[in-house]
Write a protein that binds this ligand. Structure first.
Ligand code: ANZ
Ligand code: ZN
Length: 961
């Protein structure tokens, strides 16, 4: 197996020089000159036309349906559906390329695949565009969808257009409304007054999830204000345990990216801690007020409490504000404070006492009364809406203390476990030690105890103490807290799904009967233009005024519309049964198609969309719509596998002197490796950044497809970066892909001509055997790697390099004349083309037609199926040899090629067997036999060999006599 050894050594085709120089090479030259440059655009057009024609026939090979009814034979590949903005950008092209490749692969594997496309078409941009341009948002949307569909078509994607829908269509939102009513029936949709995030620019409320860490609207970027309004909510918290716990099953086998899982975990935010009771007293009169409960995760810092702070909506604060205009004034102003403001309002005349005094009555420090503040940094809706302030161990409390109490001393009650621990109490400088550690002498009897244990002991003792009458009830209680809030879905906007509720003066909010759905979105009156501020639905009286379904009295429709995340929280169900008029989805269709097998989209949806979708799926799994919930292991989860694709960044030029972004026409690119600023002749700064209009770094995917063809563009996108990482769009490198596809083309040409030349010169049978085996080895290896990439790792960039490697192997292969070599070569070319088909569908079809000689009878490459590899053959062929130094009493006698031992033999436990095996290999060789004969070596019990040492995985054997 010389050729195979050569592969191991790194040079693939080291055959005898005579063979290299043989006449066969002329074949290659002939093939490549015959067809030098491919016209990808022509190929694209030709095949798109063919596909369109054949999709009209039932026999469309691309639409092969395996209607076995066995769910294992079905696959649901879904990219997040787009918002119809009107332009397809490179980010879209990237996600749709990935999903198209995966779905085409599944189809070739014989699955019954759905790969649908639809439109997330409600929402503010349409409404805002409509306001700006004075058109009906419905018209605007439909026009945009038309444009984007055209752009989608030219990427050679294969979409199930028969499943297409848009969420703003009454035939879709009828069912969104139905789902709302199902939630309402179960008490999971409710109306409540609450403090809401108000976006003053968009004039609408926002969900918590739509406000960023700086308190700005995710959409307008405006500082969000807090208002109290009556709003519709969905009871997300009902599913909090499941939403948290079921993340574990999504973590198995890398089904969801770790990053997304941890973001979801944090969002649900379960935290375990303690509720502690602080009693209040009016200092002047000694009068008692109701006590305050605080929630803390750090009961070990109880000896370090220096104040108590209440949220602005805390009942005590609200009560006091009625009598104190200054406090009311502070509360009113607070909605304008920055979200990390540490402002405070000291509640005059009241003080709190630390409950720890009950268990440590002689510790002087805890007997001191504590000031009580109203503070906007304390959240109304978290824990109990009150905190115990520990400036020594919490950085927010520290900042608050410094702002409100100036240089007042700070108590330190915990130190790192190592170091000069126990001494300190008050006045210990200014660092905030926020971690757990060991309690200091400031913690009285608990000094020297580690934080976690201290929490148990302190809380335990306080619970014990609570049984005594003098404490007047519970002082401490273990509790858990969840960050997750119910989902606020009301929007005071026109362009969303109307909430199917009728408000009646006598009956209250009454659900619209299912038979009356959809509550159709009213058309704007002629000339009526949407304006900002207020909900335009209030201005359409013929729609607004109706009668109550319960008492038939006059009533008004609910004018709030639903958050558009409601539409996208269930659309993937609809794709499984898009024409069902009566229900959102039939149980049968849901059971057959859900969950989605592979879901692909941007990581920016890691929290909002994915959380809502999981919630609605889990809910539907409790209804008749999806009774199986995807089976016992699925827990009603919507997406089995999640791929989050990275962003596409564009090449960006800035002026180094000013930092100003340069327009394309300000940069001289005549020498692409040395860009120059036209104005100064100096080089600009070059970087890759998120594409945006203001940076002049956007790339139009349409233009790129026009220049290079769709297939080349697709392959380039996949090759440039791993799917989950940022893709730096560098068009210069697309030539590499063009070169590759041209090589594929050459291989295809050669595979069709090679057989006719086979009688020129007979190569030796040994050479042709090696060549055949090598070709087979390359092919089966490539198929194995590419299949793994498409099946489980989704490393689509390395998949392209594996395809390139295999192409080069075929292209570089010397020709030989035996029928076996010819067959192996053609087989290799056919496998290559079939593997390329998901990535470059039109090009692969063209190649397939050439390989099959006759265009009319060839059939689609997609009907040919995906190649498989033979593991046994691969094993056999990849068996390599390695040199083995044979020593006698430590002296080298000779070296010899032996096979590489199987992995199993290399296990330490099997060393004895390895030794025996190496000995056998040596004795099986001619020189080995001679050595044993000449030296009279005898193995075994009564032999003269004392020991045999084998090291370096069988590369050295020392026979000791
Ligand atoms: C005292 C303390 C001392 C705290 C210390 C922390 C460190 P997680 O883990 O996120 O649940 N907290 C409680 N309710 C709050 C509210 N309504 N608004 C703002 N902050 C609140 O956070 C729990 C901690 O957040 C609690 O533990 C409390 O501060 C604060 F060295 O209590 B801690
Ligand atoms: Zn009524």
């Amino acid at each position: 197996m010389r050729a195979l050894t050569a592969i191991a050594a790194g040079s693939r085709w080291s055959l005898r020089p005579s063979l290299r120089l043989s006449a066969y090479n002329h074949l290659r030259r002939a093939a490549s000159t015959a067809n030098d440059r491919l016209n990808f655009q022509t190929i694209d057009t030709k095949w798109r036309k063919r596909w369109a024609e054949s999709s009209k026939k039932t026999s469309d090979p691309q639409l092969r349906r395996v209607d076995s009814g066995d769910p294992k034979d079905k696959a649901y590949v879904l990219p997040m559906f787009p918002y119809p903005s009107g332009t397809l950008h490179l980010g879209h092209l990237r996600v749709y390329t990935i999903s198209d490749v995966l779905s085409r692969y599944k189809r070739m594997k014989g699955y019954d695949v759905i790969h649908p496309m639809g439109w997330d078409s409600f929402g503010l941009p349409a409404e805002n565009a409509a306001i700006e341009h004075g058109v009906d948002p419905a018209e605007w949307t439909v026009t945009n969808i038309g444009k984007m569909k055209e752009q989608l078509e030219i990427m050679n994607g294969h979409w199930d257009w028969d499943r297409e829908f848009m969420t703003c269509d009454p035939s879709f939102y009828k069912h969104t409304q139905r789902i709302f009513l199902l939630l309402h029936e179960r008490g999971l949709a409710y109306q409540a007054e609450s403090l809401v995030n108000w976006d003053p620019v968009e004039c609408t409320v926002l969900a918590n999830e739509q406000v960023d860490a700086e308190g700005r609207s995710w959409r307008s970027g405006a500082k969000v204000e807090k208002l109290r309004l009556k709003q519709w909510f969905l009871r997300l918290t009902e599913f909090k345990e499941a939403l948290l716990n079921d993340l574990d099953s999504l973590a198995e086998g890398d089904r969801w990216p770790e990053r997304v899982l941890s973001m979801q975990r944090n969002w649900v935010g379960k935290s375990t801690g303690t509720k502690l009771r602080f009693d209040l007293e009016v200092s002047s009169t000694g009068k008692e007020l109701p006590s305050v409960d605080v929630f803390t995760t750090r009961a070990d810092t109880l000896y370090g409490v220096q104040y108590v702070a209440l949220s602005l909506r805390h009942p005590i604060v609200q009560e006091m504000a009625k009598e104190q205009p200054e406090l009311q004034d502070f509360i009113d102003k607070a909605s304008k404070f920055s979200p990390d403001s540490k402002a405070g309002f000291r509640l005059p005349g009241i003080e709190a006492s630390n409950p720890v005094r009950y268990i440590s009555s002689d510790a002087h420090s805890v007997a001191l009364p504590l000031p009580v503040y109203a503070a906007p940094y304390v959240l109304e809706e978290y824990g109990t809406g009150a905190v115990m302030g520990v400036p020594g161990h919490d950085s927010r409390d520290y900042a608050f203390w410094r702002e409100n109490e100036g240089n007042q001393a700070i108590r330190v009650v915990v130190t790192p476990s190592s170091g000069n621990s126990l001494a300190s109490t008050d006045n210990e400088g200014d660092q905030v030690f926020v971690h757990k550690g060991v309690l200091t002498a400031g913690s009285d009897r608990f000094a020297g105890i580690a934080s976690d244990e201290a929490i148990q002991r302190i809380v335990g003792e306080m619970q014990e103490e609570s049984r005594k009458p003098r404490t007047w009830g519970k002082l401490a209680e273990h509790t858990e807290n969840w960050r997750l809030r119910d989902w606020l879905i009301s929007r005071q906007r026109y362009w969303g799904t109307p909430i199917p509720i009728i408000n009646c003066k006598s009956c209250g909010p009454v659900p619209v009967p299912t038979s009356d759905l959809p509550v159709v979105h009213p058309k704007l009156r002629e000339g009526q233009v949407l304006g900002k501020g207020g909900n335009p639905l209030n201005d359409i009286p013929e729609w607004l005024n109706t009668s109550c379904p319960k008492c038939q009295g006059p009533a008004k429709r609910e004018t709030d519309t639903m958050d558009t995340f409601m539409d996208s929280s269930w659309y993937f169900f609809r794709f499984a049964d898009p024409h069902n008029k009566d229900e959102p989805i039939s149980a049968q269709a849901a059971d057959a198609r859900l969950p989605v097998d592979i879901y692909i989209g941007g990581v920016e949806h890691a929290i909002l969309h994915l959380l809502y979708a999981r919630f609605i799926s889990k809910f539907l799994a409790t209804t008749a719509l999806w009774p199986s919930g995807g089976g016992p292991d699925n827990n009603g989860e919507p997406f089995r596998k999640l791929i989050t694709q990275g962003m596409v960044h564009g090449r960006t030029y800035t002026d180094p002197a000013t930092g100003r972004f340069l327009k394309p026409d300000e940069v001289d690119l005549s020498d692409p490796s040395k860009p120059k600023m036209k104005a100064s002749g100096k080089p600009p700064n070059v970087s890759f950044e998120k594409m945006s209009k203001s940076k002049y770094n956007g790339v139009d995917p349409g233009a790129c497809i026009e220049r290079y063809g769709a297939d080349t563009t697709r392959a380039h996108i996949l090759f440039q970066a791993p799917v989950s990482e940022v893709l730096e769009w560098d068009e210069d490198r697309i030539v590499g892909i063009q070169r590759w596809l041209n090589r594929v083309w050459r291989v295809v040409q050669r595979a069709t001509t090679v057989s006719t030349e086979s009688n020129e010169e007979q190569s030796s049978s040994e050479d042709s055997r090696m060549l055949t085996e090598d070709l087979l080895l390359q092919q089966h290896q490539a198929v194995k790697l590419v299949t793994t990439a498409l099946e489980s790792t989704f490393a689509l960039n390395t998949m392209i390099s594996d395809l390139i490697k295999f192409t080069n192997a075929l292209d570089d292969a010397p020709s030989a004349s035996s029928p076996a070599v010819t067959a192996a070569y053609r087989d290799g070319a056919r496998a290559l083309v079939r593997m390329i088909a998901p990535v470059a569908p039109a090009f692969a079809e063209e190649c397939w037609e050439v390989l099959n000689g006759d265009s009319s009878s060839a059939g689609s490459v997609f009907a040919a199926g995906f190649p498989t590899h033979d593991p046994d053959l691969l094993n056999k062929l990849s068996r390599r040899s390695q040199p083995c130094s044979v020593q006698l009493n430590g002296k080298l006698k000779f070296a010899l090629d032996i096979p590489v031992p199987e992995d199993a033999l290399l296990a330490p436990a099997r060393h004895e067997q390895l030794v025996q095996w190496v000995v056998d290999q040596v004795r099986a060789s001619e020189r080995g036999q001679k050595l044993f004969e000449k030296e009279g070596l005898r193995l075994g019990e009564d032999g003269n060999v004392r020991r045999v040492v084998v090291v370096k995985g069988g590369r050295t054997i020392n026979i000791v006599r």
